[in-house]
Design a protein around this ligand. Structure first.
Ligand SMILES: Cc1ncc(COP(=O)(O)O)c(C=O)c1O
Length: 378
C-alpha cells in the first residue's frame, strides 16, 4: 500500500484505482478475444465515482431494481440490463425508461408487462431467466438452483408458445467459481434449453465468474463463450460483480478498546453486522494485513464491533505485538458486497469511501454523518 492509513478517516473503505484497472484489463481481454459483452453487476459493487473508469472497459451495468438501473444509466450511461425476481407495477414504467434489456423471472411477469415493453417507443429487449437445475454452489443461501428455488424458469415450466416475445435467455447459477464449473453448466443449459436458443439474439451467462482471481482459467471461459456464440449465433453477456472489484479494496479500522475475557477482545470502530455483513451471512473470514490465525503469532484477540449484538464478531486473529487503543487494522478484499450492503444499526456511522487514484494519490470521495442515519428513520 502506497498510502498512510493514519491520515485517513476511520473507518473507511479504500479502493485502489490501479488494482481496479488491472481487473478491468483482464475482463477487457475476454471481450477482445470473444466479442462478448461484460456488464458490472451493481449489486456487488456500486461505487459510482469509478463508473466512468469502468465504462471505458466494460459494456454497461446490470441492475436488480429501478434504483440500481437509474444509477447505472446516470453514472455510466452505457447498456443497462435489469432483472428482478418480480417487478412491481409501481416501478415498471421507470424501469422501462432506463433499461435496454429487461429479464423476467417468470412467464406470468412476461405476460403482465410485455405489452408495455413492446409498445414503448424505444426498443427494449426481453429476456427470461431460466433455471437449468444444475449448480455446484455449496452454500445454500447462494445457490440459485437449490431445491425450491424461486429463481428462474425450469425446463418443465418453460412456455415455448411465448418464444416470439423473447430476445434472449439468462441464467445465473454460479458463485465465486472457476470456468470448469461454467463449462459443465453450459453443457446442461445447451442440452436442456438449446432447442429454445435457436433464433434468439443473446444468452446471458449471469455472474459468479471469478475471472480476476489468480488461478482462474480464462482460456476455458473463452471456449465456453465461443462455443455458445457460434453454435446458436448469439451475443453472449457476462455480468460479474465480485470479479470487477476482487482484491481492489481495503477497510481501515481503529482499535477503540481491549476488553478482558476468556479470549481478549479488541473492540473496533468497524462492525461485522454494519460494514461487512457477509462475514456473518456467508460466513467468511476476512484477511488483515500483518495478522495471523489464532495463536499463530504471540497475541490473539477476538475482534468485535461497537454494536450491542453479541455476535458482532469479525473473527479471532493473532498479532506480533499486543493491540492497544488507537492501532489501525487493515482488512483486505473489502470493496465488493460491503458498501452495497452496509447499514447504520445501533447508529454506527458508515465508513468513509476513499479512492487511491493513480495520478493524485488518496482522495476522500465521501464521508457520512448523522443526517445519513437520521434520513432513513422518521
Ligand atoms: C442475477 C445475478 N447476476 C449477477 C450477479 C453477480 O454475481 P457475482 O458478484 O458473484 O459475480 C448476481 C449475484 O447474486 C446475480 O444474482
Amino acid at each position: 500500500m502506497n498510502f498512510d492509513v493514519h491520515s485517513l478517516p476511520s473507518p473507511c473503505y479504500i479502493v485502489d484505482e490501479a488494482l481496479l484497472i488491472k481487473n478491468l484489463e483482464k475482463l477487457k481481454s475476454v471481450i477482445d478475444q470473444t466479442g462478448c459483452k461484460i456488464l458490472l453487476a451493481q449489486k456487488g459493487f456500486s461505487m459510482f465515482s469509478v463508473y466512468p473508469l469502468i465504462g471505458k472497459y466494460l459494456d454497461g451495468v446490470t441492475s436488480s431494481s429501478l434504483w440500481e438501473a437509474r444509477l447505472g444509466k446516470e453514472e455510466m450511461g452505457k447498456e443497462v440490463h435489469t432483472y428482478s425476481p418480480a417487478f412491481s407495477e409501481t416501478d415498471f414504467d421507470e424501469i422501462l425508461e432506463v433499461s435496454d434489456h429487461i429479464v423476467f423471472n417468470s412467464f406470468h411477469q412476461l405476460r403482465k408487462f410485455k405489452d408495455k415493453v413492446q409498445g414503448y417507443p424505444k426498443k427494449v429487449e426481453i429476456g427470461i431467466r431460466i433455471n437449468p437445475e444444475y449448480s455446484e454452489v455449496e452454500t445454500a443461501i447462494y445457490d440459485p438452483c437449490a431445491l425450491g428455488s424461486r429463481l428462474g424458469v425450469r425446463l418443465a415450466n418453460f412456455e415455448p408458445d411465448q418464444l416470439d416475445d423473447i430476445d434472449g435467455l439468462h441464467f445465473h447459477t454460479m458463485c465465486e467459481q472457476n470456468s470448469d464449473v461454467l463449462e459443465r453448466t453450459v453443457k446442461v443449459v445447451d442440452e436442456k434449453f438449446g432447442k429454445y436458443l435457436k433464433g434468439m439474439k443473446w444468452l446471458n451467462f449471469g455472474g459468479g465468474h471469478h475471472i480476476t482471481r489468480q488461478d482462474y482459467d480464462i482460456d476455458k471461459l473463452v471456449q465456453s463463450i465461443i462455443y455458445m456464440r457460434d453454435k446458436y449465433d448469439l451475443e453472449i453477456y457476462l455480468e460479474p460483480g465480485e470479479a470487477i472489484a476482487l482484491n481492489t479494496g481495503y477497510l481501515v479500522a481503529t482499535v477503540l478498546d481491549i476488553v478482558e475475557s476468556q479470549i481478549p477482545a479488541a473492540i473496533l470502530d468497524t462492525s461485522a453486522a454494519c460494514h461487512m455483513p457477509d462475514v456473518l451471512e456467508m460466513p467468511y473470514r476476512p484477511g488483515i494485513i500483518n495478522a495471523g490465525n489464532p495463536n499463530e503469532k504471540s497475541y490473539t484477540y477476538r475482534l468485535g464491533g461497537p454494536t450491542c449484538l453479541a455476535g458482532d464478531i469479525i473473527g479471532d486473529y493473532s498479532f506480533d505485538e499486543p493491540l492497544k487503543a488507537g492501532d489501525k487494522l487493515v482488512f483486505t478484499d473489502m470493496a465488493h458486497y460491503t458498501m452495497v450492503k452496509n447499514n447504520t444499526f445501533n447508529g454506527v456511522n458508515l465508513p468513509a469511501i476513499v479512492l487511491n487514484t493513480v495520478d493524485e494519490g488518496v482522495k476522500v470521495v465521501k464521508e457520512f454523518g448523522y443526517e445519513d442515519f437520521r434520513n432513513r428513520l422518521s
